[in-house]
Design a protein around this ligand. Structure first.
Ligand SMILES: [Zn+2]
Length: 400
């Protein structure tokens, strides 16, 4: 039994209530700074106050619930904004689990626990905007110039919360560490029938935009040997990197050619140009480097063999973020006690606020299963028992 006894009915009741803001089918539509998002944050602030926490909206709308005592304490939470079509648990679960552990700890005479719901984790203005600004990774004046798909600026969007927000950011030195609880959003735990994942690393991401330029020509009169077909180059490239990656990857490594545009993209024309993206993710920087050598080397070789011109652009590199060893050990022993033989250590293939908070303080994460591995979808769900168990593991790790 956790020494901070959480109340499952209260945890589940609050989760269901949060779900009512922006409810659509079985999911939610609650993008950052929308009416539903702001209403949800105001309700959360009220629940924080009822739990004895002081609710504070910082200048970008991150909502903190701060214990009365000014002595440094643990911080836990996630985000309560959603994708344009989101599930009811993505982010919301980590915020409500933290809230429940905080008030259960207060009731049990345990340590004070601060709670946070970061703003715009889902990236209306890029990605993880609220925690990027709070962690110092993104200066506020730069953030203010970011625009969403409709051309509205971040400054305009956050003005919708101006009446609620404090002038200053919450000082990070109020907190000794950060634990984020989240749904896995992938199939690993669900397929293994396991309850808890303790994250060892939030994977790094690399991506490149690639253009193969050949020669556009008649699809009936141009002999195969005379073609400089950009699409055939792309196919050869995709096959070659799959084979080369197989030698160096782990089962957790992923790579994607996710966007392809052919010119002129017509059935009777040999494609003259292929634009595509290659993105790869892994928890190990050296492996990311080796994969990048393969991507670049393969593109050069394929283009040389097929007389195509090669352009590489938009190189993106987000480094892997290792979780704090001490906090991770606490989560591992809490998982071993709460879900014996039913948990694992695993990487996070998705980015999370914890990756930004790790710039400021020790940070760690735990996962509960996503049924069928489904997320960013109205049908996203998790078994009730797993929702309770995840909060119990968080409580136990914080009580230590
Ligand atoms: Zn999330």
């Amino acid at each position: 039994m956790p020494s901070i006894p959480i109340k499952p009915d209260r945890l589940l009741g609050d989760l269901q209530h949060l779900r009512s803001f922006g409810a659509r089918e079985t999911g939610v539509v609650r993008p950052a700074y929308s009416k539903a998002d702001i209403a949800a944050r105001q309700w959360l602030a009220g629940r924080m106050a009822e739990a004895g926490l002081e609710p504070v909206f910082d200048p970008v709308g991150n909502l903190f619930g701060l214990p009365a005592a000014d002595t440094p304490c643990m911080l836990s939470g996630s985000h309560s904004d959603s994708q344009p079509e989101g599930g009811w648990l993505d982010g919301a679960y980590g915020v409500i689990a933290a809230l429940e552990v905080s008030r259960a700890s207060a009731e049990a005479g345990g340590p004070p626990v601060a709670v946070v719901s970061f703003q715009d984790e889902e990236g209306r203005f890029g990605a993880l905007t609220g925690s990027r600004v709070w962690s110092g990774a993104l200066p506020l004046d730069e953030a203010d110039r970011l625009t969403d798909l409709e051309g509205r600026t971040f400054a305009e969007a956050r003005a919708a919360m101006a009446g609620l927000c404090a002038a200053d950011f919450v000082r990070p030195d109020r907190f000794t560490g950060f634990i984020e609880t989240h749904i896995e959003q992938g199939p690993v735990l669900d397929e293994a029938g396991e309850s808890i994942g303790v994250v060892d690393v939030i994977v790094g991401i690399r991506s490149l935009q690639i253009r193969f330029t050949g020669h556009q020509n008649h699809a009936g009169t141009t002999p195969m040997a005379a073609r400089r077909d950009a699409f055939q180059g792309l196919v050869a490239f995709a096959d070659a990197i799959n084979r080369a990656f197989a030698e160096i990857v782990t089962p957790a490594t992923v790579w994607t050619i996710g966007h392809v545009a052919l010119q002129p993209n017509a059935s009777s024309i040999v494609p003259g140009q292929a634009d595509f993206t290659v993105q790869w993710r892994d928890g190990d920087k050296d492996r990311l480097d080796r994969m990048e050598e393969i991507v670049r080397g393969t593109a050069e070789r394929v283009c040389a063999e097929r007389t195509l011109h090669l352009d590489l652009s938009n190189h993106v590199a987000v480094p892997p973020t290792g979780m704090d060893d001490g906090l991770r050990a606490r989560l591992e022993s809490a998982a071993a006690e709460t879900a014996p033989d039913n948990w694992r250590v695993m990487p996070s293939g998705a980015l999370h606020d914890a990756a930004n908070v790790a710039r400021l303080m020790p940070a760690a994460m735990l996962f509960v299963p996503s049924i069928g591995g489904i997320s960013h979808n109205f049908s996203e769900d998790t078994d009730t028992d797993d929702l309770i168990r995840g909060a119990e593991v968080l409580a136990l790790a914080i009580a230590v």
